[in-house]
Design a protein around this ligand. Structure first.
Ligand code: AMP
Length: 511
């Protein structure tokens, strides 16, 4: 019989919260780390996304705070979870919130790109658990709005992505403000790019748990390279987009992602875009539309590969092949999460074959190149069941006739809205006052501009991105003295579509 959360020491009220969202049996990373983390031990989780690491750190964090109740103090959080992107921070909050609520603990999320006032107010009222992106947090610390001197537990999630994005100096500055001897939990797919130094400096005798390496995750997927002439590429994209299950299409530039989402919506395939040119509100709404099933297609730049975790994505399409193999792995990892199946298609024009071949070689994959046309059986097989066509209603028309019921997906997908009416989601982000103008190369700029955005001037110490070295598997356990001390089942609303092709659960992950 498999072990239960309670048997591992998880308090009954938290096990009940999990059980209510259908989570009964611990995943390997949870089973391996909970006994130690619930006792206050450090952990170094080498887990991929989809392994269940969010609960692995959220459960002990909440349980340990609840075990030693304390009066909430303005400005002084008791636990901090740092994540590289706003999307990830928001999704972590979705996992932590119900657990915290069940334990009478208060949480707040802190990130840049939105007004500071709400975050400031929350801190002044007193918060137990802060979930934050480093840049804005650093800002608030400097302004004395947040004080980490009484912190008890620290979590660093996706430390490798933090390193990629140039956040590590800010992260270290923040971690230096924490008391010594507190519990540290650090999760990272790799230990290169300076992550090993953070591990050595802050973690004390950690339990190390390695879940599937990136390669193993990729191996659970079915990979295709479809070679097609330039003339038919656009139509192939539309065909691949039209299935009933969720799919993510990756593009190189923000401009193209926006254009493609609009083109697909106009072609009857509700799609939302996600890239660095959208305001936070537009991102949140688009992501929510995708997570809820209102839009079945997300057209994204690499920003999404880093921070977005939506379960039930059955197909990832590299519309523009990524520039490097790590991006291929990250993008592809949006499917086949939490043990479910997934298909990955790279669309390759004849002139791109050389580049794609070396990319796949570096990723350690042997994928045959399939010359396809629009009627190829393999294309139809990948598409699966075709979703019903959803008539596109231009935003201007929606405004004129607001009472008219919109077709499924339309409210989120009427991303047309150039000029004209109120463009509810993607397009809106482009034109609103709060919008930032950035370079169009999102894949590249998202990494360099995010720290700048988050740090708001505090990024003078941002390092140049260096090539990653080899992984160091075991950290030396620098002893720092002894210790002091949902699944969010959002069923698709897509009344018109017939649900996912496979029986994967369409949940937004709380990772
Ligand atoms: P994560 O790696 O934290 O992003 O988790 C990936 C997905 O697995 C999320 O949708 C979680 O809700 C789900 N999950 C985490 N732990 C479990 C578990 N023990 N049983 C079932 N689902 C889980």
């Amino acid at each position: 019989m498999s072990v239960t959360f309670s048997a591992l020491g998880v308090p009954g009220n938290l096990a009940k919260v999990l059980s209510e969202s259908g989570i009964e049996t611990p995943f390997p990373i949870q089973e391996a780390t909970l006994p130690s983390t619930l006792a206050g031990g450090d952990v170094l989780g080498r887990g991929q996304t989809g392994s269940g690491k969010t609960l692995a750190f959220s459960l002990p964090l909440v349980a340990r705070l609840a075990q030693r109740p304390q009066r909430r103090k303005a400005r002084f959080p008791r636990a901090l979870i740092m994540a590289p992107t706003r999307e990830l921070a928001t999704q972590i909050a979705k996992t932590v919130d119900p657990l915290a609520k069940a334990s009478g603990l208060r949480t707040t999320v802190i990130y840049g790109g939105v007004a500071q006032s709400r975050q400031e107010k929350a801190m002044n009222e007193g918060v137990d658990i802060v979930i934050a992106c480093p840049g804005r947090l650093d800002d608030l610390i400097k302004q004395k709005i947040v004080d980490l001197s009484q912190l008890e537990i620290s979590v660093l999630d996706e430390a490798d992505h933090m390193a990629d994005m140039g956040f590590l100096p800010v992260v270290r500055r923040i971690m230096d403000r924490m008391p010594t001897g507190i519990q540290h939990m650090l999760f990272s797919a790799t230990l290169d790019n300076g992550v090993d130094k953070v591990v050595k400096r802050y973690l004390s005798n950690p339990t190390i748990h390695s879940v599937d390496a990136p390669q193993a995750a990729v191996n659970t997927m079915e990979h295709h390279v479809f070679v097609i002439g330039n003339d038919d590429k656009k139509e192939l994209i539309r065909i691949l987009a039209q299935g009933t299950a969720r799919r993510i299409m990756f593009m190189r530039t923000k401009h193209h992602a926006k254009k493609m989402a609009l083109a697909l919506s106009k072609a009857g395939v509700p799609a939302v875009d996600l890239h660095g040119n959208l305001s936070q509100n537009a991102r949140d709404r688009n992501l929510a539309a995708f997570a809820s099933g209102e839009a079945k297609v997300l057209v994204a730049t690499d920003v999404a590969a880093r921070g977005v975790h939506v379960d039930g994505v059955e197909l990832v399409v590299h519309v523009d092949p990524p520039a490097e193999h790590k991006a291929y792995t990250h993008r592809s990892g949006r499917t086949a999460r939490a043990g479910s199946d997934g298909t990955v298609v790279t669309i390759c024009t004849p002139d791109q074959q050389g580049d794609v071949a070396s990319l796949l070689k570096q990723a350690g994959l042997k994928v045959p190149f399939e010359k396809v046309n629009l009627n190829s059986p393999v294309v139809a097989k990948v598409v699966g069941e075709v979703a019903e066509h959803v008539a596109y209603v231009a935003p201007a028309q929606q405004t004129r006739n607001p009472a008219k019921k919109k077709p499924a997906g339309e409210s989120s997908n009427a991303r047309g809205g150039r000029g004209g009416g109120r463009n509810v989601r993607g397009g809106e982000g482009q034109s609103r006052g709060g919008e930032r103008r950035r370079s169009d190369r999102d894949g590249a700029s998202s990494q360099s501009e995010r720290p700048a955005r988050e740090a708001r001037g505090g990024n003078a110490d941002r390092p140049a991105r260096s090539a990653r070295g080899a992984n160091t598997e075991r950290p030396s356990n620098a002893s720092r003295g002894s210790r002091a001390g949902g699944r969010n089942a959002s069923a698709p609303t897509g009344g018109r579509s017939r649900g996912p092709r496979r029986a994967s659960s369409p949940t937004t992950s709380g990772r």
